[in-house]
Design a protein around this ligand. Structure first.
Ligand SMILES: [Zn+2]
Length: 449
């Protein structure tokens, strides 16, 4: 009875699958878009992401693709889904296709379509939080693999896919612990693909490094005094001098960008993010008293190519000089990410021909009919830094051309035609990467990777 039932079920599934395949031929895009919508509809917004639901969805996708799967939980309730497509030569370094499952919160009333409905408008734009950052990429990896499997392709290198939690809140319970884990070491990863940015032009953006966040708090102290008195070295006056100096530096960096001499990721950006001063009273601030303390916080972003020592000197000598009774919290640079990897090497993998992964990617994108812009440094932070800390090359690439940059913005959306084109790109890239075998005569190639 049970067996009959199972056979019937298999038959039904088979027929459904054939029908789906037939339908796929007529409308190849609809099933693909609907899978993307399903993933987008899972509300994984911080601070209460539905990680378990997302993990179950991804595991079901993996099963439909016959990929090996495991769920790692470095912190309870924060699953990282790790999938594997074994290659024919597991001794070669593997490929890691990385993505994160969480998204940033939304202000519902500012959206023209509900952010977790994945509504497709008449122009084909899919509206959803995560449509650009970065559920698109996670699903495109899977769709590319679906096509490669259907075409009978077999990888030489092991291919891993990881879907990690918490990128949007720093990745400490996700990518950071993953990159440090024995599981990761045993994966013998040779190259990581992670997220990039949408590109408003027809050229895809590619990132080979990213700026490091330095969060700086400058504190000024000085003698308190009557609000009517003019005197030197008050905390407020001293802090103002610092702020003026910081603003001049900010303008000089911004001018380089505005003049087109440097890309956003190549300059040191600094923005004041808080000011804390004044003597509170039950009716507001005391108005006739100059306070003895004042503080300002700055978000500084440092490109890996910057002269770090000179920036540190600038902070100590010009922004927060002891001669003006100033101190700064260097130790509490809340994320003073090193610009070198754990082995003291600069964290910028060489682009161009000395890095085979770079050249392979360039060629693969061209082959799939895509155009690449000049390699850039990512202006903000991604989980890629944890892999770069391990000395690994990581390339940031989210194939979205002709698309406004809307990550973390209201009405984040991606056009379905662009989404489908992105799958072509990954199909070509995954094929090229997983088939790549280093030339045996190249002794130094491992180092260059
Ligand atoms: Zn992201």
């Amino acid at each position: 009875m049970r067996r009959t039932f199972v056979s019937m079920l298999i038959l039904i599934l088979f027929l459904t699958a054939s029908n789906a395949a037939a339908a796929d031929d007529q409308l190849p895009a609809s099933a693909i878009i609907s899978r993307f919508q399903q993933y987008l509809q899972i509300n994984t917004a911080q601070p209460t992401p539905l990680y378990r639901v997302a993990a179950d969805f991804l595991l079901a996708e993996a099963e439909s693709l016959s990929l090996q799967s495991q769920t790692l939980e470095f912190v309870a309730g924060k699953p990282l889904v790790l999938l594997k497509w074994p290659g024919s030569d597991p001794t070669l370094p593997s490929i890691l296709l990385y993505s994160h499952t969480d998204v940033v919160p939304v202000e519902h009333h500012k959206w023209s379509h509900p952010p977790f409905e994945a509504h497709v408008d008449p122009d084909g734009n899919i509206y959803a939080r995560g449509s650009q950052d970065m559920k698109c990429v996670g699903m495109q990896y899977l769709e590319a693999i679906r096509r490669l499997k259907a075409s009978g392709f077999n990888p030489v290198r092991n291919i891993y896919l990881s879907f990690a939690p918490d990128e949007e809140i720093g990745g400490h319970d996700g990518a950071e612990k993953f990159a440090d884990s024995d599981v990761f070491k045993n994966m013998n990863v040779g190259i990581v693909l992670d997220e990039g940015l949408a590109s408003p032009s027809e050229e895809y953006k590619m990132f080979y490094g990213e700026r490091c966040p330095w969060w700086l708090v400058i504190k000024a102290t000085g003698p308190p005094g009557h609000g009517a008195k003019l005197y030197d070295n008050s905390a407020m006056e001293n802090l103002f001098k610092s702020i003026e100096t910081v603003r001049k530096f900010r303008a000089s960096q911004f001018d380089l960008v505005k003049a087109g001499l440097k890309a956003e990721g190549e300059v040191i950006s600094v923005n004041m993010v808080f000011l804390k001063a004044g003597t509170p009273s039950p009716t507001g601030f005391v108005m006739n008293l100059q306070p003895s303390e004042a503080e300002a916080g700055f978000d500084i972003r440092v490109p890996p190519t910057a002269d770090v020592e000179s920036l540190e000197r600038r902070i100590a000598e010009e922004w927060a000089p002891t001669s003006r009774n100033m101190t700064y919290e260097l130790g509490q640079f809340k994320q003073k990410t090193p610009v070198t990897d754990n082995f003291g090497r600069p964290r910028v993998p060489t682009t161009g021909s000395s890095n085979p992964w770079w050249a392979l990617l360039e060629k693969a994108v061209q082959k799939a009919g895509g155009k690449l812009g000049k390699p850039e440094i990512f202006p903000a932070s991604t989980d890629a830094r944890y892999f770069r800390n391990q000395g690994l090359p990581a390339i940031g690439f989210s194939p979205m051309a002709n698309t406004p940059i809307l990550l973390h913005d209201h009405n984040e959306h991606l056009n379905q035609a662009e989404y489908l084109k992105g799958i072509d790109m990954y199909e070509s890239i995954i094929k090229a990467y997983s088939s790549y075998v280093e030339h045996p005569s190249k002794e130094s190639s491992k180092d260059e990777l």
